[in-house]
Design a protein around this ligand. Structure first.
Ligand code: GAL
Length: 380
């Protein structure tokens, strides 16, 4: 066994898109490339008088994911390209200041209590109308002003490859009813599957929709956009939206439209025919809540393939339309430009609390919300 402080310096094609990664973990690696799995932690900052920690899970093949107790934020996800070179496939910030900057676009966040939009920041439940923060054109987005992405979660290491985060959301917090206990277990398996298992319970009926808001660019800095990534979504239908991105309530067929990703397609091929770019919920073909493969994303420059499995009925594919290169803090000096990365947010449909025809999002006392999503990385 050789004990190494691993530092990767991979060719940079220009100053902006550097794939140089410096990793601060100490690893045990042997000649066959086996790395001792484990979890390390380090101080990352302070928030609301509490310490922000970054936990890094390393698996047996040397892949790594780093997660903050602040917002359950995924700050790094290092997986190999077709030559075995590790690269960071998610956008994020080098330091905690980045996560506090105005207009942080939810990089790597855990989103809740209700991911995506609720129209007019209002919903009615059991005859009572609840008012939320209208933080997005008068609609509520991603849980409100201080959603689950902006709170400190309690972290617990489970074995050598899982991290459990727990958050107690109070009755009335951000306008939502009921004390909600939310838990998310992050696992990095030896086959490079990054899994999120979500559960939640409540003491009053409440809408719940939890998701992960990682921004992926599988080239790990080689390509400044995701327009040349090839995407396949196993969905024949999607939920059309109005100009404020609220579903109209209709469910439309993707056939013959730019929304058709039933066969692998370059994201850049039809994007200019969709006003603003892709930012829609696809109605997955899967039936019921079994864990099934629903998405494949492939980057030919690196050979990285990401397959997404979920128990959820919907997938928000967001093509990074609001990124504009203006963020003051980034990672490794990169510029995060329009379409610089994409999100694949497994979830229930947007505005479901106001759309009785959409699958139920109301959690009642005595029930348990359960959601599993897996992002599995390989190469070809
Ligand atoms: C996405 C959403 C986008 C945008 C983004 C955050 O989940 O679909 O419309 O709000 O989050 O910038």
């Amino acid at each position: 066994m050789l004990l190494t402080n691993v530092i990767y310096f991979v060719a940079c094609n220009n100053g902006v898109n550097s794939e140089a990664k410096s990793m601060d973990t100490t690893r045990s690696t042997n000649d066959s490339g086996y790395t001792k799995p484990g979890i390390t932690e380090k101080a990352f900052g302070n928030y609301d008088g509490q310490e922000v920690k970054e936990f890094t899970i390393t698996n047996a093949s040397g892949s790594q994911v780093s997660i903050l107790n602040y917002g359950g934020t995924v700050t790094k996800l290092l997986v190999p390209d077709r030559n075995g070179t590790m690269g960071d496939v998610v956008l994020g910030f080098d330091s905690f200041e980045g996560y506090l900057q105005k207009n942080d676009p939810y990089f790597g966040s855990l989103v809740g209590r209700y991911a995506n939009r609720i129209a007019n920041a209002k919903f009615t439940l059991d005859g009572k109308t609840y008012t939320l923060a209208g933080n997005n054109n008068g609609n509520s987005l991603h849980g409100g002003n201080k959603g689950f992405d902006k709170v400190i979660w309690t972290a617990e290491k489970l074995g050598d490859n899982s991290l459990k985060l727990t958050y107690q959301s109070k009755d009335g917090e951000e306008g939502y009813p009921g004390n909600l206990t939310a838990q998310v277990v992050y696992t990095l398996d030896s086959d490079n599957s990054f899994k999120l298992d979500y559960t939640a319970t409540t003491d009053k009926a409440t809408p719940v929709n939890l998701t992960s808001h990682c921004y992926f660019n599988l080239s790990a800095g080689r390509d400044s956009t995701i327009l040349n990534h090839q995407l396949q979504i196993d969905a024949d239908r999607y939920t059309p939206v109005d100009e404020k991105l609220i579903p109209t309530g209709k469910i439309a067929n993707v056939r013959g439209t730019p929304m058709d990703f039933t066969s692998p397609k370059l994201i850049g091929r039809d994007i200019s025919s969709v006003k603003g770019g892709f930012d829609h919920n696809w109605v997955l073909n899967k039936q019921g809540n079994a864990l099934e493969k629903v998405v494949s994303l492939y980057d030919s420059t690196s050979g990285r393939l990401m397959e997404v499995f979920t128990t959820e009925p919907g997938m928000q594919f967001y093509s990074g339309n609001f990124l504009d290169g203006s963020l003051q803090y980034t990672k490794n000096g990169q510029k995060y430009i329009k379409h610089g990365a994409l999100c694949l947010e497994a979830q229930h449909f947007p505005d479901s609390p106001n759309e009785p025809s959409f699958p139920n999002v109301i959690l009642k006392p005595g029930e348990t919300y359960r959601h599993t999503t897996v992002y599995k990385f390989s190469t070809k």
